[in-house]
Design a protein around this ligand. Structure first.
Ligand code: GLC
Length: 726
């Protein structure tokens, strides 16, 4: 089955991703995950059954960051590449503001696939943002999705609420609802979810509506063990040693080493209290704190600024001059050397984080032969449990922390044992090669179940193959509604077909009713029909309609209409529409906003019942329940990928909520003036033109606006946006 080897696509969208000299700790988005995905890509590509790995991430053009992040491609190692795709504004953005641009990323990813003409065997998304995008990509390509959460929104929400933060500010600062929704989507779509620890599965994922432990595999993150190994017998003084030397009176004393981002949750302050309050610890050891890099603390963001200011204050308060080192700078390449130095000094690594689901640094320390003291939480429990290389603590208990550190430092016999068994355990349980082995076992199981390998579909026999761009219109209240402007538009379309401009419609109506309406309004038959709110696709063949049956098969995924109807029965204010409106892949209701619960609640309830559906609300009165893989937008993208249209050569016109997802993304959008209020939220979005004319006149206006019959300009909007003409 794996003839020619697997092609795996990893997606990790935020932070700064490059394969050498990673800027870990530079900002909150450039941390462990970046390293994880780069190393996973490298390790996967090393496996003989893997042929190609692409790590898809965001392309950033910003003078504030290195130009490396603007390079469209970077080789990680033979067979593994970073592919940087542009989406949203050019500049570097923090992950919380990337949400509106993820649909564009989906389109860019499809474009990449078309360019290399190879469909991945597996898409693997990392973190919520990529999960949202990955779910769409995998579903459009009909390939399995793997997902890794890295950290989870529901967990964060709980923690922030516990801290007394208001729901509103959490929403404002972290877009937590959007994030959780994206996580739900990813979990819902994933063929398997990779977790790092058992605790993550039991205590964190279990809060999700789409929690499904059967689909979760625990594979601890691998460590790049080529870089982390115990020190040789003789003392050595790498350049970073000089950096520490400047702080310390007796630099060769055993080192208590802490290394983390300057993040409040990493709880470095408690460690300084513990060290500062213990004469014995100060007598026998030095404290070395590596907390990212800093230039001017006052120029940093609020979080790290507070953490670092407190650290400096505490060093001063306890008068730790000569005993504690907290260098301003270090390079990524220094990190393994620092662990080795600490091991050489017969020191200890401490991770006193408030919570630690992961604990990559602990594995690195173990591999370096450096015993550890760590918070008794998921990651450390698994790691220390397997490596038997240290002591777990309650990091807020200063006495306990002191006792644990003293124990590790003073018991020399145990130190040697811990050092050795740590190094051994790291190799045995946490190498990337071991990780990849388990990973591929799961992948193969999943692939066996999923359908056969696909290539990009061959072109069919309608007019479409000759078209180089396509106009897609909603019918009611968009295409039809005003006879006069419709006539002008029809004229224009006739002109268009000579210019190789394809035309399709996308409607909530079922196919027969659609054709009837078009006839009533004297609209010529389009090249294709997306009907029943995106749940059916037909082509206008030369003699008859051709149903796209593969679309039906594609969206059938986890569709359980009977149960969906059952759950819907429990709501007031929703009433089934007529029999003809009920289709194989569409259940339609009238929705009375005065009586019925909010749509979000209905969604939630369906999800809780393990139903994988799309709930689409439109015109303030219709509610359609569709398979998760169906919507007008997904149908448009499916067609685009099948027929090889770049999204920026698709012009889409609509008026209501059911048109929303086909309007967003890289496609060019027109919202006609007579639209329903549900679409107001799209105002100001890139590539969405709000016409001031109604019905077909609005469409005509949009055609002008984008010069769709001419050079096709993505938009007249700000210069910061991509014009997509590449
Ligand atoms: C059309 C369909 C109806 C659907 C509505 C909204 O009116 O006939 O079933 O609910 O569009 O998508």
């Amino acid at each position: 089955m794996i003839d020619g080897g697997l092609y795996i696509q990893l997606i990790s969208l935020h932070g700064l991703v490059r394969s050498t000299d990673m800027e870990l700790g530079r900002d909150a988005d450039t941390g462990g995950q970046i390293k994880y995905v780069v190393e996973l890509a490298r390790a996967l590509a090393e496996h003989p059954e893997v042929d190609r790995v692409d790590l898809l991430t965001r392309q950033v053009f910003d003078s504030k960051v290195s130009q490396d992040y603007a390079e469209p491609e970077e080789d990680i190692s033979p067979g593994a590449k970073i592919i940087r795709l542009p989406f949203g504004p050019k500049r570097y953005l923090r992950k919380e503001v990337l949400w509106p641009y993820l649909d564009s990323f989906v389109d860019q990813a499809l474009k990449h696939i078309r360019k290399i003409n190879r469909v991945p065997d597996l898409v693997h998304s990392h973190y919520a943002d990529a999960g949202y995008a990955g779910a769409k990509i995998a579903s459009l390509l009909e390939v399995p999705l793997a997902h890794t959460g890295h950290s989870l929104g529901r967990d964060k929400l709980r923690r922030l609420l516990d801290k007394g933060m208001k729901q509103e500010s959490i929403e404002h600062d972290y877009r937590i609802t959007t994030r959780i929704d994206a996580e739900e989507t990813a979990l819902d779509n994933a063929a398997f979810v990779v977790a790092s620890t058992n605790q993550e599965v039991n205590d964190q994922y279990s809060y999700y509506d789409n929690y499904n432990p059967d689909r979760m595999v625990v594979i601890p993150p691998g460590v790049d063990l080529d870089r982390f190994y115990p020190p040789k017998s003789s003392w050595f003084s790498p350049p970073i040693f000089e950096e520490l030397d400047r702080f310390l009176i007796q630099p060769r004393k055993p080192m208590i080493l802490a290394m983390s981002r300057p993040d409040h949750r990493k709880n470095i302050a408690s460690l300084i209290h513990a060290y500062g309050q213990s004469d014995r610890l100060q007598e026998i050891s030095n404290l070395v704190v590596i907390a990212g890099n800093r230039d001017d603390i006052k120029a940093m963001e609020k979080g790290p600024q507070e953490v670092l200011s407190e650290l400096l204050y505490l060093f001063d308060k306890y008068n730790l001059y000569g005993k504690a080192a907290y260098p301003k700078h270090h390079q990524a390449d220094d990190v393994p050397l620092i662990y080795r130095l600490a091991a050489k000094s017969k020191g200890v690594f401490i991770n006193p984080a408030l919570t630690e689901p992961f604990g990559l640094t602990l594995i690195e320390a173990a591999a370096s032969g450096l015993p550890v003291v760590a918070t008794e939480d998921g990651g450390p429990k698994d790691i220390v449990g397997r490596c038997k290389n240290g002591i777990l603590i309650n990091p807020l208990d200063i006495d306990e922390t002191q006792r644990a550190l003293l124990n590790v430092l003073e018991d020399r016999v145990a130190w040697i044992k811990r050092s050795k068994s740590g190094a051994k355990g790291a190799y045995r349980y946490f190498s990337w090669a071991g990780h990849v082995k388990t990973y591929l076992k799961t992948v193969k199981k999943v692939l066996k179940k999923s359908s056969t390998k696909r290539t990009i579909a061959k072109r069919r026999t309608t007019r479409l193959p000759l078209s180089d761009r396509v106009l897609v219109c909603d019918v009611d209240n968009t295409l039809v509604g005003d006879a006069k402007s419709l006539e002008t538009l029809m004229q224009k379309l006739k002109e268009g077909s000579a210019k190789r401009i394809g035309y399709g419609i996308a409607t909530g109506r079922y196919i027969e009713s659609t054709i009837k309406t078009l006839k009533e309004w004297h609209v010529p038959m389009p090249d294709f029909f997306i009907t029943s709110v995106g749940s059916e696709i037909y082509y206008n063949g030369s003699t008859r309609l051709i149903a796209d049956t593969s679309w039906g098969r594609h969206i059938n995924h986890r569709w359980d209409p009977d149960r969906a109807r059952m759950v819907m029965m429990s709501f007031e204010g929703v009433k089934l529409q007529s029999k003809e409106e009920q289709r194989t892949y569409k259940i339609s209701y009238f929705y009375d906003p005065k009586i019925a619960p909010p749509v979000a609640e209905i969604r939630k309830e369906l999800r809780k019942n393990n139903l994988h559906v799309n709930v689409i609300y439109s015109h303030g009165m219709y509610l359609d329940i569709l398979p998760v893989r169906a919507s007008k937008g997904l149908a448009v993208r499916y067609l685009a990928s099948r027929w090889g249209f770049p999204p920026e050569r698709i012009l889409v016109a609509g008026d209501a909520g059911s048109d929303e997802d086909m309007l967003s993304g890289e496609t060019l959008g027109i919202v006609v003036a007579n639209h329903s209020p549900e679409l107001d939220k799209l105002r100001g979005r890139e590539r969405i033109f709000f016409a001031d004319k109604e019905y077909a006149a609005g469409i005509l206006q949009g055609i002008e606006y984008y010069d769709f019959y001419g050079a096709v300009k993505a938009s007249g909007l700000s210069g910061d946006n991509y014009d997509g003409s590449a």
